[in-house]
Design a binder for this molecule. Structure first.
Ligand code: UD1
Length: 371
């Protein structure tokens, strides 16, 4: 504990690196700044470095400029993780935080978790406990590695709590809700203010499809990606498709651009958070392989087809708001045709106060260690 009582006693080091983590870290950063006893050092691994995938979110979501950027960039997973282990180790040695916080399931998450554990620094995992039970999915390996060394688990859903229990973890588990929902629930006015995007794109409420596709399983296998893109030949409504660099790379490398040249297909560079919410909120249907987009479609009560065979947000499927269709074009098209809008909506993702809960639990935990 420091000598001066006006100083906040505990230092949290949060590690972000990829787009979904900026979204999860923003509400927590704000709650830490407002807390009486926590201060934050923000580290960006540099896994995402393009403006559209990184700085755009810092600007929009009011995330502070990171004190450190490890600039690891792109590369094979082992390279990315190895670079983080080496570079974050030096930061941890210098900063000596009381706790490291990681978010979600990217390579940055798992590598930072291992580095914290190797330094014997308590670790909190925001979005702990989610599983797809398929180790061929890179994110699944990251989730399992991270949860193996976590001290404070913050699952967003009861399913997360149950998954941890299945793996023998019951201590230090706190069901806190989904932190991504904090941003949406507390900023509905901002989403409303971005609504003129519909006009700019010449689309109207409930008359278009919103699609995203970037998971390795879909984009690294060109046959699978072509199956997905070939639905554009059949769909007549406008399709708004912000394109991830990894998907764009595969499309260009394999000459699939002609699928994007259809009149009703609107390809955008990766867009910001508020614009994404507007496009999801007003879509007739969402087609995606992104966990974040699935949750957001659920929140906005928009039907969603999941371009995968497994999903962590199983509640959305159980309630009928999302359907697992995979990547075969015939399955996607029949999913579109047969979708029936459900009547139940439990709001299982939380109430917009997740970040505050996490901050309170972390404060309490660190005070207890100190005593
Ligand atoms: C990563 C996460 C994924 C998350 C996604 C959000 C892992 C294993 N995957 O996937 O869980 O849903 O972020 O977007 O951590 N690239 C750029 N500019 C960038 C970043 C990447 O052009 O700023 C390109 C590079 O060609 C790179 C490829 O995208 O090789 C893949 O990037 P990478 O960070 O490895 O994974 P994502 O696909 O973004």
């Amino acid at each position: 504990m420091p000598l001066f009582s006006c100083m906040k006693p505990y230092k949290i080091l949060s590690v972000v690196g990829a787009r979904p983590q900026f979204i999860k870290a923003a509400p927590l950063s704000k709650a830490i700044a407002a807390s009486d006893n926590l201060t934050e050092v923000l580290v960006h691994t540099g896994q995402h470095y393009d403006y559209a995938l990184s700085q755009q979110f810092f600007d929009e979501l009011g995330l502070p400029t990171p004190q450190y950027n490890l600039e690891i960039g792109s590369g094979r997973h082992a390279y990315q993780m190895g670079q983080i282990l080496i570079k974050l180790d030096a930061v941890l040695e210098k900063e000596k935080p009381d706790m490291v916080v990681v978010f979600g399931d990217t390579n940055s998450t798992a590598a930072a978790a291992i580095t914290a554990a190797k330094n014997n620094i308590p670790l909190a995992h925001v979005e702990a406990g989610l599983r797809e039970w398929n180790k061929r999915i890179p994110e699944e390996i990251n989730k399992m590695l991270t949860d193996a060394v976590t001290d404070l688990y913050f699952p967003p859903t009861q399913t997360g709590v149950d998954n941890l229990k299945k793996q023998g973890v019951t201590e230090g588990v706190y069901l806190v809700g989904d932190i991504g929902m904090d941003l949406i629930i507390n900023n509905l006015d901002k989403i409303e203010r971005h609504k003129n995007l519909l006009e700019k794109l010449s689309i109207t409420e409930g008359s278009y499809f919103f699609m995203t596709c970037h998971r390795a399983g879909n984009t690294d296998d060109v046959g699978q990606l072509e199956q997905i893109l070939s639905i554009f030949d059949t769909i007549k409504e406008p399709i708004i498709f912000p394109i991830h660099p990894r998907t764009k790379n595969t499309i260009e490398k394999h000459g699939l651009q002609h699928y994007l040249e259809k009149k009703n297909v609107v390809v955008l560079e990766p867009i910001g958070f508020w614009d994404t919410q507007v496009l999801i909120q007003n879509a007739k249907m969402v087609l995606t392989d992104s966990g974040g987009v699935i949750k957001e479609a659920y929140f906005h009560r928009v039907p969603c087809l999941i371009l995968q065979k497994e999903i962590e947000w199983i509640e959305a499927v159980r309630e009928g708001w999302a359907k697992l269709v995979g990547s075969q074009s015939s399955d996607i098209l029949s999913g579109i045709r047969s979708f029936e809008r459900p009547t139940v909506w439990s709001g299982f993702l939380g109430d917009g106060r997740t970040a505050t809960r996490i901050v309170n639990i972390i404060s309490h935990y660190l005070k207890n260690i100190d005593q």
